[in-house]
Design a binder for this molecule. Structure first.
Ligand code: TXA
Ligand code: MG
Length: 363
């Protein structure tokens, strides 16, 4: 039973993790156990990537379908050669420029990577995180670490150790608490398997930055489920159900003045219907609802998309904790970090998008 584990929470200095603490966690990894750890994007739920039994425990703890492959985290280029069967020239240029960092590369796998990690596929997703705790843990464990985000399946990704505990307490041996993560959105996943490099998931590394190295990079359609490895198997109802809070999220998009007007009107209607209304808005738009009883959680300054992205998942969880009936928010464009924010909002809202410029729902 995955429910009977004692979970130890070990605080770590995010910049200079104590080697004794890291060694304790690394020993758990080497013994086939689970360790949740901070990365610069979100917290990961780690296990020895070369141990199929340990990898299967990740899926059980998260209640994640085994058809969805895991990212393998590495600390040096020797480990890349260990898990990827071919590292094309383009991959070398990308890793030289963006690793360690929020870029995951999908490459042909080495046979040593178990099917449980790749979901039976012939490719492997690899990332070298920049977080000192993640790097120290991988080095001390002396093995690549497979780690999805440390949330229960379909929940918002965890950006603090508390989020991990909320979802996985009793299902993981150790949680390394290194404080809130910096980026707060997952890595950009780039497939190098086809002729044209393809972004499967926008994330912490922007499309603009990627284009500096890969001018012809293609972007997968956002409304399709980039999380399911087998789209034929995934039922349509599951397609966008990711990062979802337990309460419905409604996303307004379009020109800002009209968006704010519609946010106000929607809040008024919900309040009138006796609903508890929550909203996620930048600090400088806190006045949007005037006197209406709306619980607004701040996302950072509207001009600072990094801050908005960093608080998105935490904000969803916070409003859920406050027991609101509905969460209102708006989009932040599609350039830079805005694209990853938009992608996560699409999924978290399960397509509940109101385009105020066209006043229809789009999905
Ligand atoms: O920032 C991140 O990427 C975080 C931290 C912990 O590193 N990890 C993370 O993992 O978000 P996860 O499992 O929640 O998301 C991994 C994504 C999924 O969309 C999965 O389908 C995709 O990467 N993926 C993994 N292996 C793949 C493969 N071989 N081919 C295509 N997509 C793959
Ligand atoms: Mg995830």
């Amino acid at each position: 039973m995955s429910n009977a584990i004692e979970t130890r929470i070990l605080p770590v200095d995010p910049a200079h993790p104590d080697p004794a603490t890291i060694d304790m966690a690394a020993a758990v990894i080497r013994a086939g156990g689970l360790v949740a750890f901070p990365t610069e994007t979100v917290y990961g739920l780690g296990a020895n990537a070369l141990d199929p039994v340990a990898a299967r425990r990740i899926f059980a703890a998260k209640e994640r379908p085994s058809s969805d492959p895991l990212i393998v985290h590495i600390a040096d280029m020797e480990q890349l050669a260990q898990v990827a069967a071919a590292v094309p020239e383009l991959a070398r240029r990308l890793t030289a420029r963006f690793w360690p960092g929020p870029l995951t590369l999908v490459l042909p796998r080495q046979a040593v990577v178990p099917n449980d990690v790749t979901a039976g596929g012939e490719s492997v997703a690899v990332r070298m995180p920049s977080h000192p705790v993640a790097l120290a843990l991988i080095r001390a464990a002396r093995t690549p670490i497979a780690a999805p985000s440390a949330n229960r399946f379909s929940r918002p990704s965890p950006t603090t150790a508390q989020h991990v505990l909320d979802d996985l307490h009793g299902r993981v041996e150790i949680v390394l608490d290194g404080g809130p993560t910096e980026i707060g959105l997952e890595s950009t996943v780039l497939s190098l398997l086809g002729k044209t490099p393809l972004v499967l998931r926008p994330g912490g590394l922007s499309l603009e930055e990627l284009r500096e190295v890969v001018p012809d990079v293609a972007m997968r359609q956002l409304t399709r489920n980039v999380e399911a490895s087998d789209e034929v198997l995934a039922s349509p109802g599951m397609l966008t159900k990711h990062y979802a809070p337990r309460v419905p999220l409604l996303v307004f998009t379009g020109a800002l003045p009209r968006v704010q007007q519609r946010l106000r009107a929607a809040a008024q209607q919900y309040v009138h219907d006796g609903k508890q209304v929550g909203a996620l808005l930048p600090e400088d738009e806190q006045g949007t609802f005037g006197e209406l009883p709306v619980q607004v959680v701040g996302l950072g300054a509207s001009t600072d998309l990094a801050a908005v992205g960093a608080r998105l998942f935490a904000g969803l969880r916070e409003l859920e904790r406050r027991d609101v009936d509905i969460i209102l928010t708006h989009s932040f464009g599609s350039s830079g970090r805005g694209l990853a924010i938009w992608d996560r909002m699409l999924r978290a809202s399960e397509g509940r998008i109101i385009d105020v410029d066209n006043e229809g729902e789009r999905s």
